[in-house]
Design a protein around this ligand. Structure first.
Ligand code: PLP
Ligand code: COI
Length: 369
């Protein structure tokens, strides 16, 4: 058994002062404010330490990383990431939501991208370490959290097309408020009929940067059409609903049933999995079922479909109000948040934020905060 990882600690010599920090986290939005520190852990093939090839775990100042122009990730996109949040509870503790699931998914993504697995213990210790160090960056704004972004990339300078022999794992932290700028009660989504995000046998189920690169053009199309997000259809028939660019989808019917697209080419969302559990415990019948875009439109128009929502770490639970596309144009219910959507969101956020009991053991507090 390996002992607990010990991090090399290099405190920031000039951390942001308290007054400036308070202004930075007053209304942070999503993804543009960053804390003082970052975690780095290196992997070198052939290194033989207590963590196999992984070594030099360090918590130090957040700073630019020099890269050789031949660094493999810049050419062949061997990169994966995770997204998770830390929440402040009323008792002052800081809690993470199912972080072991992020560790497991990180390693499933690593396997698909031919990258080395990062020991789960090292992943979890890196998260605890950065949260303890930068805990004062927690925004107090309603719905605020610390968004944690662990990622790993091929850092070897080599142009041959093969898995790299060196990797760098980093965790950065971004104080976060609401994901959607509009603050609208429901989002408008655009059906991408020309582009796919992922195909069978591809990397759709992995959280790799390349998937998001492929989503940017259709996402820009969505914005140009006055929508907030793009919904992708399957790559073969352009018929079956997959997911949004950064969220999974759920559909609720007038008979009380709820469905979500099956796993395969979509990201297995941790929020998706949690919502299925919460809904089942509310007595709702939930199934993982393929759902066609034309059927969605017909069901919304006939009133059979009563609610639809998107979910993910960054966006939590977000109602879908309207759907637009070259051949689609429909509103869900009254176009605002549905009753069950709001109930499930409150249950989920209540558990995450410690205002509701956690019967599933999903919440893990960070020691030493
Ligand atoms: N689908 C995609 C493409 C995502 O990027 C995300 C966000 O991480 C999700 C779904 C939701 O996953 P999770 O609930 O684990 O955040
Ligand atoms: C998340 O919800 O964590 C995501 O990764 C979605 C997006 C910000 C990429």
């Amino acid at each position: 058994m390996t002992s607990a990882p010990e991090f090399i600690v290099e405190p920031h010599p000039h951390p942001v002062d308290a007054v400036t920090r308070a202004a930075m986290i007053e209304n942070p939005g999503f993804g543009s404010v960053f804390t003082d520190h970052m975690v780095t852990i290196r992997y070198t093939e052939g290194h033989d330490g207590p963590w196999g090839g992984w070594h030099s775990p360090t918590i130090g100042p957040r700073k630019a990383i020099p890269l050789d122009p031949a660094t493999a990730v810049l050419h062949y996109a061997q990169e994966i990431f995770e997204g998770m949040k830390a929440y402040r509870h009323a008792d002052g503790q800081i809690a993470l939501f199912r972080p072991e699931q992020n560790a497991l998914r990180f390693n499933r993504s690593a396997a698909r991208l031919a990258m080395p697995a990062l020991p789960e213990e090292l992943f979890l210790a890196s998260i605890d370490e950065i949260v303890r160090t930068d805990k004062d960056w927690m925004p107090s704004v309603e719905g605020g959290s610390l968004y944690l972004r662990p990622f790993m990339f091929a850092s070897e300078a080599f142009l041959g097309v093969r898995p790299a022999k060196e990797y760098l794992y980093i965790v950065i932290v971004s104080p976060a408020g609401a994901y959607f700028k509009s603050g609208a009660p429901a989002v408008k989504i655009w059906v991408s009929e020309d582009y796919s995000r992922a195909g069978p046998g591809g990397t759709g189920a992995a959280k790799c940067g390349g998937n998001y690169a492929a989503s940017l053009l259709p996402q820009s199309e969505a914005i140009a059409q006055g929508c907030d997000q793009v919904v992708f259809l399957d790559a073969k028939e352009h018929r079956w609903i997959d997911e949004l660019g950064g969220m999974n989808l759920f559909f609720l019917f007038d008979d009380g049933r709820m469905i979500t697209p099956p796993l395969g080419t979509i990201l297995p969302g941790i929020t998706r999995d949690s919502i299925m559990q919460l809904a089942r415990d509310e007595g709702i019948s939930v199934s993982e079922e393929a759902y066609a875009i034309d059927q969605w439109e017909a069901d919304a128009k006939s009133g059979k479909l009563v609610e639809a929502f998107a979910c993910g770490t960054a966006a939590v639970v977000t109602p879908v109000g309207e759907v637009r596309g070259k051949h689609h144009n429909f509103t869900i219910g009254a176009g605002g948040p549905g009753q069950l959507t709001v109930k499930l969101r409150e249950k989920l956020t209540g558990i995450q934020r410690g205002t509701l009991p956690d019967p599933y053991g999903w919440v893990r507090t960070v020691a030493g905060v």
